[in-house]
Design a protein around this ligand. Structure first.
Ligand SMILES: Cc1cc2nc3c(=O)[nH]c(=O)nc-3n(C[C@H](O)[C@H](O)[C@H](O)COP(=O)(O)O)c2cc1C
Length: 500
C-alpha cells in the first residue's frame, strides 16, 4: 500500500468517528429534550408530542414572515396591508408611485371611501399650494403659523431610537413640517435636525416635572425657551391605550433617558393612567390656560374620543369661561392608533375610530361656534394620500402620523416594537441593530414622504375640482353603504361650516 493511500484511509476513519460522535451527541440531545418534554407539566403539546411539538413554536414564529412575503394578498394584512406600505416605501424613496393594470382594492364593501371627481378637474396651472394656518391666534403670545398639512405624530425618545429621532428631526426640517416629541421629553436629538417641535406633556410629565413628579413651571419655561418648540400638547389619552399609562422598564432607563425625562436611572418608570390633577373639564381648561400663560405658546390636548357628549360638555365649559381658556388645538387619535406596547383589549376594543370621532369633534366645535378658535389635528392610520384627503374632507386642519413615518424609516411591520429587537433599528436601543438606520439617508426619505403625500393629496383635490387640499369638504367624499350604493359624507354629517 502506498503511503498516501494509508493516510487517506486514516483520515476517512477520523471523519467517520467524528460523524458518529456528532450523531451520538444529537441523539443524546433529542433524548434529553424527550425526557424534559414528557416530564414537564406546563405545555400539553410538548407532553403529548415530545420533541416534534417544539416545531409548533418555531412555525408560529416564522409563519408571520412567510405570510407577509408569500401568502398574504396585497390588501389583507393588518394593521397595514402591503398596498399601503408599498405606497409609503415608494414615496419615501421618491420613486414612481403609479401602479399598472387596475386597482387591487375592492370598491364595493360597505364602509369603503370614494372621492367625487369633478367633470372639469382643476388644471395644474390653476392649482395653489396649501395655505398657512395659525394655531393660537390672539390667545398665545407666540402663535404658530404653518402650511404643513402632514406632520410627525408623538413617539418618544425611548420608544424609538436615537438615529430614528435624528432622521425624523432632519427630515421634518427639510419638509418644513413639525415633529411631536411624544411623552418622553425633549432630547438633544429632537433639536439637532432643526425641525419645529410640539412638546408633549404625558401623565408622568417627563421633561417638565419636579422631583415629586408634579408639573414644574421652571422646567416648562426652559423647554419653551427653545425657539424650535412651537406648541405644547397635553396628552389625555392615545388611541392604542385609552386610560392606560406607559411603563418604561428599568433596563431602558439609561443615564441619558433618565436625565431627559427627569427620573432616577435604572428604575422602572410608571406613568399614571391619567393626569392626577385633571379630573374635570374645568381642571383641563385650568391646566391648558396655565401652560399657555407660562410658555406663551399654543397649547392643545390629544385624546381618543369615547363618549361624544363629553365634547359638548367641554365646549359649554369653554363658552362659560371664555375663549382664553380654550385649547388652541385638539389632536383626535383613532382607537386603532399604534404604540410601543399596550394591552390588546384596549387596542382592540376601547375608543372610537377616527372615521367616527373626527366628524364628531369638528361638528361639536362648529355647533358651539369654536371652529375658528380651536384647530383640529387628526391621526390614526392616515398614512396614504387617500386617507389624508379624507381627513381634510371631514374638517381636519392637520394630519399627523407615527407609523407612516416608521415605514418611511424602513419599518417592515415586524411587530417587535415592544421588544428590544426591532430589525430595522427604529424601536430598539441595541446599537448593533441601530447600525442599519443611517439617520442622514433616512431623513431624505422622511422629507420625500411628506413631499409626496402632499403632492398626491393635491392630485385628489384637483380631480375633485378644487385648487388646493384645504378646499376639500365633506361633499367630496362618499361612503359605500351595505346595499352597495354610496352616500356623501356631506349628507351623513351635514355640517355646513366644517371647511377649514
Ligand atoms: C412606537 C410608537 C410610540 C408612540 N409613542 C407615543 C407617545 O409617546 N405619545 C403619544 O401620544 N402617542 C404615541 N404613539 C401614538 C402615535 O403618536 C399615534 O397617535 C398613533 O400611532 C396613530 O397614528 P399612526 O396610525 O399614524 O401610527 C406612539 C406610536 C408608536 C407606533
Amino acid at each position: 500500500m502506498f503511503h498516501g493511500e494509508s493516510f487517506g484511509l486514516e483520515a476517512l476513519g477520523w471523519l467517520a468517528t467524528i460523524f458518529i460522535f456528532i450523531v451520538g451527541l444529537f441523539i443524546l440531545f433529542l433524548a434529553g429534550v424527550y425526557i424534559a418534554d414528557i416530564t414537564q407539566t406546563k405545555h400539553a403539546i410538548r407532553r403529548n408530542y415530545p420533541v416534534i411539538g417544539h416545531l409548533r413554536y418555531y412555525f408560529e414564529h416564522i409563519g408571520t414572515f412567510f405570510r407577509q412575503y408569500f401568502f398574504t394578498m396585497d390588501r389583507e394584512e393588518m394593521p397595514f396591508n402591503r398596498a399601503q406600505r408599498s405606497w409609503v416605501y415608494r414615496a419615501a424613496k421618491d420613486i414612481d408611485t403609479t401602479v399598472a393594470f387596475g386597482s387591487t382594492r375592492d370598491l364595493r364593501p360597505s364602509g369603503s371611501i370614494l372621492f367625487v371627481n369633478h367633470p372639469f378637474p382643476t388644471l395644474g396651472k390653476d392649482a395653489v399650494e396649501p395655505r398657512e394656518v395659525t394655531i393660537g391666534e390672539t390667545y398665545a403670545r407666540q402663535p404658530y403659523t404653518t402650511a404643513s398639512i402632514f406632520n410627525i405624530s408623538g413617539m418618544s425618545y425611548g420608544a424609538i431610537s436615537k438615529p430614528a429621532v435624528l432622521a425624523l428631526s432632519y427630515g421634518a426640517k427639510k419638509a418644513s413640517g413639525w415633529m411631536n416629541t411624544g411623552e418622553g421629553g425633549l432630547s438633544p436629538y429632537h433639536l439637532e435636525g432643526g425641525a419645529d417641535i410640539v412638546f408633549q406633556i404625558g401623565t408622568a410629565k417627563y421633561g417638565v416635572r419636579d422631583e415629586a413628579g408634579n408639573l414644574s413651571d421652571d422646567k416648562l419655561r426652559q423647554v419653551a425657551a427653545h425657539e424650535q418648540v412651537r406648541m405644547f400638547e397635553l396628552k389625555l389619552s392615545q388611541g392604542a391605550k385609552p386610560g392606560k399609562g406607559g411603563i418604561l422598564p428599568a433596563e431602558k432607563v439609561s443615564k441619558a433617558i433618565a436625565e431627559i425625562r427627569g427620573i432616577p436611572q435604572g428604575q422602572d418608570s410608571i406613568s399614571p393612567n391619567r393626569h392626577p390633577e385633571i379630573a374635570s373639564n374645568d381642571d383641563l381648561l385650568d391646566m391648558i390656560h396655565h401652560i399657555r400663560e407660562i410658555t406663551g405658546k399654543p397649547v392643545g390636548f390629544k385624546a381618543v374620543i369615547g363618549d361624544s357628549s363629553w365634547l359638548d360638555d367641554l365646549c359649554e365649559t369653554i363658552n362659560r369661561r371664555g375663549p382664553e381658556y380654550a385649547p388652541d388645538f385638539i389632536t383626535v387619535d383613532s382607537a386603532d392608533g399604534g404604540t410601543g406596547a399596550a394591552p390588546q383589549s384596549l387596542m382592540d376594543y376601547v375608543g372610537l375610530p377616527i372615521q367616527e370621532s373626527l366628524p364628531l369633534v369638528v361638528d361639536s366645535l362648529v355647533n358651539h361656534g369654536m371652529r375658528q378658535r380651536i384647530k383640529v389635528i387628526a391621526s390614526g392610520k392616515l398614512i396614504n394620500p387617500s386617507e389624508v384627503a379624507w381627513a381634510l374632507c371631514m374638517g381636519a386642519d392637520f394630519i399627523v402620523s407615527a407609523r407612516g413615518f416608521m415605514f418611511a424609516l424602513g419599518c417592515i411591520q415586524a411587530l417587535h416594537c415592544n421588544k428590544n429587537t426591532c430589525p430595522t433599528g427604529i424601536t430598539t436601543h441595541d446599537v448593533k441593530l441601530q447600525k442599519g438606520l443611517v439617520a442622514e439617508q433616512k431623513s431624505i426619505r422622511v422629507h420625500n414622504y411628506i413631499k409626496n403625500i402632499v403632492h398626491e393629496v393635491g392630485i385628489i383635490a384637483h380631480s375633485c375640482g378644487v385648487r388646493s387640499p384645504r378646499e376639500l369638504n365633506r361633499n367630496h367624499a362618499r361612503i359605500v353603504l351595505e346595499n352597495g350604493t354610496s352616500v356623501s359624507f356631506g349628507e351623513i354629517y351635514p355640517c355646513k361650516s366644517s371647511v377649514h
